[in-house]
Design a protein around this ligand. Structure first.
Ligand SMILES: CC(C)(COP(=O)(O)OP(=O)(O)OC[C@H]1O[C@@H](n2cnc3c(N)ncnc32)[C@H](O)[C@@H]1OP(=O)(O)O)[C@@H](O)C(=O)NCCC(=O)NCCS
Length: 170
C-alpha cells in the first residue's frame, strides 16, 4: 500500500492530536502498567505547557519536532533536541498512531530528525526505551542504535533499570 504522507514541523494546532497519539502509544506499549497512572503521565508530558515549551525550542532552532500528516490528519511524530539538560543530543519522543504502524513512517520521521542533527554537526545522539516495549526496542536496533547497558535508568514506576539507554552514531 502506498501512503502519501508528508512530514513537517509541529504547529500549535497539532497539540491535541499529538497528545491523543501519545496516549494510545503508551497504553499499547505498556499494557502491563496501571492505565490511570499512564494517563496521568501522558497528560503531564503532553500538556499544552510542555508542548509549548517544545515548540519554543523548535522556533529557536535547538529542537526538531517532525509530524507525519496523511490527508490532513497527524499520524505520528518524532522529537529530537540538539541539547538536552546534560548537553547531549537526544531523541525525546517517537510515536505512530497504532493504525499506521508497519509502513516505514517511523523510519522516515527518524531520518528527518537525523538530518536536522547532522546539519547541527551532531555526531551521535541517544534515546531511552523501556525494555518491555518490544516494538520500540526492535525499531531502534533495526535502525542501528546500540544498547549501552551501564547507562540504563529507572522508569517512573521504580521497577529497576528498565529504561534501556540506546545510542547511535551519525
Ligand atoms: C516504535 C514505532 C514508532 C515503530 O513504528 P513502525 O511502523 O513499526 O516502524 P517503521 O517505520 O520502521 O516500519 C517498519 C515496518 O514497516 C514495514 N515497511 C513497509 N513499507 C516500508 C518502507 N517503505 N520502508 C521501511 N519499512 C517499511 C517494514 O517491513 C516493517 O514491518 P514489520 O514491523 O512488520 O517488520 C511504533 O511501533 C510505535 O509508535 N510504538 C508505540 C510507541 C513507542 O513505543 N515509541 C518508541 C519508544 S518511546
Amino acid at each position: 500500500m502506498i501512503m502519501n504522507f508528508l512530514i513537517r514541523q509541529i504547529e500549535k494546532r497539532d497539540f491535541s492530536r499529538i497528545h491523543e497519539i501519545a496516549l494510545k502509544g503508551w497504553l499499547f506499549a505498556y499494557g502491563y502498567l496501571p492505565k490511570e497512572s499512564l494517563k496521568g503521565l501522558v497528560d503531564e508530558y503532553y500538556s499544552d505547557e510542555s508542548l509549548t515549551f517544545s515548540l519554543n525550542r523548535v522556533e529557536s532552532g535547538t529542537d526538531f519536532f517532525a509530524v507525519a500528516e496523511l490527508n490532513g490528519k497527524i499520524i505520528g511524530f518524532c522529537h529530537v533536541t540538539e541539547e538536552n539538560q546534560e548537553g547531549a543530543a537526544e531523541l525525546l519522543r517517537l510515536y505512530l498512531d497504532l493504525d499506521y504502524m508497519g509502513h516505514g513512517i517511523a523510519k522516515q520521521l527518524l531520518v528527518n530528525c537525523e538530518n536536522f542533527l547532522r546539519d547541527k554537526s551532531c555526531r551521535k545522539y541517544n534515546t531511552f526505551c523501556n525494555k518491555h516495549n518490544k516494538k520500540g526496542i526492535e525499531f531502534y536496533l533495526r535502525n542501528k542504535f546500540l544498547h549501552i547497558e551501564n547507562k540504563d535508568k529507572e522508569d517512573e514506576f521504580k521497577n529497576g533499570k528498565v529504561l534501556w539507554h540506546l545510542e547511535k552514531t551519525l
